[in-house]
Design a binder for this molecule. Structure first.
Ligand SMILES: NC(=O)c1ccc[n+]([C@@H]2O[C@H](COP(=O)([O-])OP(=O)(O)OC[C@H]3O[C@@H](n4cnc5c(N)ncnc54)[C@H](OP(=O)(O)O)[C@@H]3O)[C@@H](O)[C@H]2O)c1
Length: 331
């Protein structure tokens, strides 16, 4: 078998540090499934790692974890869809050729023609999802569900403000909150208001000209522009502020003083457990969540995908499709 193509990030830097190289096809270890990738997302996490564009205060810690001068894992991409190609020892329930989707977490590796994923993080693709929707299914959805359901316990009839409502996380949050029965105000540029209304927002504000007014039971800040000092006056009694993106100081503040004047600050990472992935698929089957794919690039244009994601103004998910297998490599 010829080597595979993979997009590598040899050093931290702007989008054009990413280049496509040939690399050996990975062998699945025990408990892993090797997937021939057909499409993968370029998420804000991929762009942040590539550019070492991380919230203030985390620099030292994340250089130690991710690599000092360059990413330790040079192939990025944390979710994908494709077909099962080979099974590692001890894996059952899948067969070569099955259409699957899954995540590998921040270790990355999905921006390549082949990736080995832990079997418990691999799921069959429902017929209701296209290949591009399956490629961008998990990142925004898991984050939105983790914050709204597990951290905020959003309830029917509550009011919710989503600051940054039409990125990958915001779009998932709109749909999940509508399913729960919340009354939603979406904040974003006017061009995105039609989409926000279609997905569940009753009211829309353009952050460039319309300040937030009134109070809400839950404020979800996906943009990092509504920190506690600005948000507290807009929280109703018992209100919760969800800091999806936070500086180290804000994060420590949320851990050390999570309750302030009867209000709650919630921050932190959402963990991508297999149970959370299965729940998100159930939400999809219940009609509560389908990712919106804002733009699709071919693999050879992955630098352009990184460029768009790094603007912080993309709509929904950005997906990259892989070239078809050469005839001689087809099973
Ligand atoms: N805590 C966690 O576990 C976790 C997990 C995943 C992601 N995240 C973080 O969540 C954030 C959002 O992720 P994403 O994938 O949704 O990003 P994204 O797709 O880039 O979306 C960014 C959103 O922010 C909005 N925005 C930009 N500038 C704004 C401003 N000044 N005021 C209000 N809104 C503004 C954009 O709206 P317009 O386009 O209308 O400007 C867009 O809706 C990222 O920073 C990411 O690092 C955290």
């Amino acid at each position: 078998m010829s080597p595979m193509k993979a997009a590598v990030t040899p050093t931290y830097g702007p989008p054009d540090v990413v280049r496509i190289e040939e690399r050996p096809i990975p062998e699945p270890k025990r408990g892993e499934v090797r997937v021939r990738v057909t499409a993968t997302s370029v998420s804000i996490a991929d762009a942040r790692i590539r550019g070492f564009d991380i919230p203030k205060g985390y620099g030292l810690l994340l250089r130690l974890v991710m690599g000092w001068r360059r990413p330790r894992h040079v192939v990025q991409g944390h979710e994908c869809t494709g077909v099962v190609d080979r099974l590692g020892k001890g894996v059952s329930g899948f067969a070569p050729g099955d259409r699957v989707m899954g995540t590998i977490g921040l270790k990355g590796g999905c921006h390549a023609e082949y990736v080995c994923l832990p079997a418990e993080r691999v799921f069959s693709v429902p017929d209701s999802l296209s290949a591009t929707q399956a490629a961008g299914f998990f990142f925004g959805g898991l984050t939105a569900a983790g914050f709204l359901i597990d951290k905020a316990h959003l309830a029917r009839g509550e009011t919710l403000l989503i600051n940054g409502a039409t990125g990958a996380v915001g779009i998932a949050a709109l749909q999940i909150a509508r399913h729960i029965g919340a009354r939603i105000t979406a904040v974003g540029r006017r061009d995105n208001h039609a989409l926000a209304r279609e997905l569940g927002a009753q009211t829309c504000l353009d952050y460039r000209s319309e300040p937030v007014a009134g109070t809400f039971d839950v404020i979800m800040d996906t943009a990092g522009t509504l920190p506690w000092p600005r948000a507290r006056d807009h929280l109703a009694p018992g209100g919760r502020l969800l800091m999806v993106v936070s500086t180290l100081v804000q994060m420590l503040g949320a851990i050390l003083r999570p309750r302030r004047a009867g209000l709650r600050l919630l921050a932190g990472e959402v963990t991508e457990t297999p149970a959370a992935m299965a729940r998100l698929l159930q939400l999809h089957r219940d009609g509560a969540y389908t990712p919106v794919i804002g733009q699709v690039f071919e693999f050879e244009d992955i630098v352009e995908a990184h460029r768009l994601v790094s603007t912080h103004h993309k709509q929904g998910c950005v997906v990259v499709t892989m070239p078809p297998l050469p005839e001689e490599d087809k099973p």
